[in-house]
Design a protein around this ligand. Sequence first.
Ligand code: ADP
Ligand code: MG
Length: 304
Amino acid sequence: MTDLELPSYLDQTDAVQDRFTRLKQRPVILEVNNLQKEFETPQGQVVALNDINFKTHRREFVCVIGPSGCGKSTLIRILAGLESKTSGKVLLDGKEVTGPGPDRGMVFQGYTLFPWLTVKRNVMFGLELAGRGKSIAEDEARQWIELVGLSKFENSYPHQLSGGMKQRVAIARALANQPRILLMDEPFGALDAQTRAKMQASLMEIWKNIDITILFITHDLDEAVYLADRILVLKAHPGEVQELIEVPVPQPRTQEQLLSPEFLATKKRLEELIHPPETEVEINEDHMNMVRMVPVDDEVGSVF
Ligand SMILES: Nc1ncnc2c1ncn2[C@@H]1O[C@H](COP(=O)(O)OP(=O)(O)O)[C@@H](O)[C@H]1O
Ligand SMILES: [Mg+2]
């Protein structure tokens, strides 16, 4: 299909439009107002995030995308309460976030399981910390482990699992505490393409079945379009919101949609925002003359 045949990423069918109307009527779970983050470095001040504003609604799946260094990890760490902000407000269920809390579940790219605990013990850990008795924690942990498809491995240790399986445990562990929002920072970034596709499909399945809002950071365009209801596109230096895109691809998603016109149109828009065409580099004639003075080894022949 050529570009000319693609619809605009802004075109929405009636069904998709209705879905967004309903989505925006749902309660706001996370609200970010005028968020600013500056780092003082020996080289001077770095504005990591400049005047970030957005809202996510209950059971919405939001992807955050942008080039390396645009402040994605800084944003999610502030939302998690792991990093201070310079100014602005972060509200979860209308209450200001001032530090970490069980209302937010985190899944990072690096594997963060306790290596000395089994899968089941890893998932039980937060539940016991929250005051559940051992047998209740065990029952609940088993249900979450089943949800991520790892029942057969509940007594395995992290080193016995593949990368994808470890991330499944991390998701079960985060969900077991029943957070209001799941914050995921490039969780599938270290996985091979095939495992990654499987993990994306599993995460969609989980999201469909439980009451959870997801904020998912990625720099993979296909991943963002496949997963998200809306995509928050950031730009770098300073980290700012470029656009909040309503993905016009119908839900529920399937792998076949990766080639649909709506999908490709959205991906094309992301490409325009994230990889704008390079400005033409002017070649300095004097410099070319100097280069020509360097003898060319005839053995090499023409490069064309
Ligand atoms: N602790 C820090 N001290 C100084 N600068 C930082 C720190 N953390 C991040 N930065 C800077 O803030 C910007 C955003 O970083 P980051 O949030 O990691 O981006 P991303 O996750 O999008 O790649 C970068 O310019 C980075 O160098
Ligand atoms: Mg990052």
